[in-house]
Design a protein around this ligand. Structure first.
Ligand SMILES: [Zn+2]
Length: 189
């Protein structure tokens, strides 16, 4: 075993930080997201951004800490990743799982229903996670400037009318396998 490896644990959550700022998104997708968020805020919709760009190294930490903590994955079997000098194996199963669980908590993924993807559109600056909510019927401009009245439920990012408005801007709700409520991207993945 490489001598330079550092044991897993919550301190790893600080090493490869992700962004929650749209300025860290890529090119046209950044413009699309900024325009969509502007339209939502003008309509009185509350938007809280949780994540935009995420380094692949952070995705690796999220993916394997979750699997070890929640899915019984063997810490000895985690493939290494270039530039991430982590040792997932504390010598006992109990210690390894506890360290992985501490990491999922520090990475704020401990309540997710499905494991975080090893690769995602976040790694290319082409995805955003946001909490969206509003209180009563709202009127929002789509990308062509037409006003759309949203009078259906739920009053969240899962609203089908809002999802249709987002698409006019080039922002697509997650439509891949499983569920990922806060996730939007350039291609729905
Ligand atoms: Zn996401």
């Amino acid at each position: 075993m490489d001598q330079d490896l550092e044991l897993s644990g919550r301190q790893w959550a600080r090493k490869f930080p992700g962004s929650a700022d749209t300025k860290d998104l890529s090119g046209n997708f950044r413009l699309a997201v900024d325009a969509f968020i502007y339209a939502m805020e003008e309509a009185g919709i509350k938007v809280k951004i949780n994540a935009t760009f995420r380094p692949t190294k952070r995705s690796y930490l999220m993916h394997y800490s979750y699997r070890i903590a929640k899915k019984g994955y063997d810490p000895k079997k985690v493939p290494s990743m270039q530039g991430v000098n982590i040792n997932w194996d504390h010598g006992t199963k109990e210690e390894s799982v506890k360290a992985a669980r501490d990491m999922t908590s520090a990475l704020d993924i401990q309540t997710l229903q499905t494991k975080p993807a090893l690769r995602s559109q976040h790694n290319a600056g082409l995805a955003i996670d946001m909490n969206i909510s509003w209180g009563k019927t709202v009127e929002i401009k789509d990308a062509s400037g037409a006003i759309v009245k949203i009078n259906t439920l739920p009053r969240t990012g899962m609203n089908k009318q809002l999802i249709d408005v987002a698409r006019t801007y080039g922002v697509k709700k997650y439509n891949g396998p499983g569920r990922d409520f806060p996730h939007w991207s350039n291609n729905g993945r």
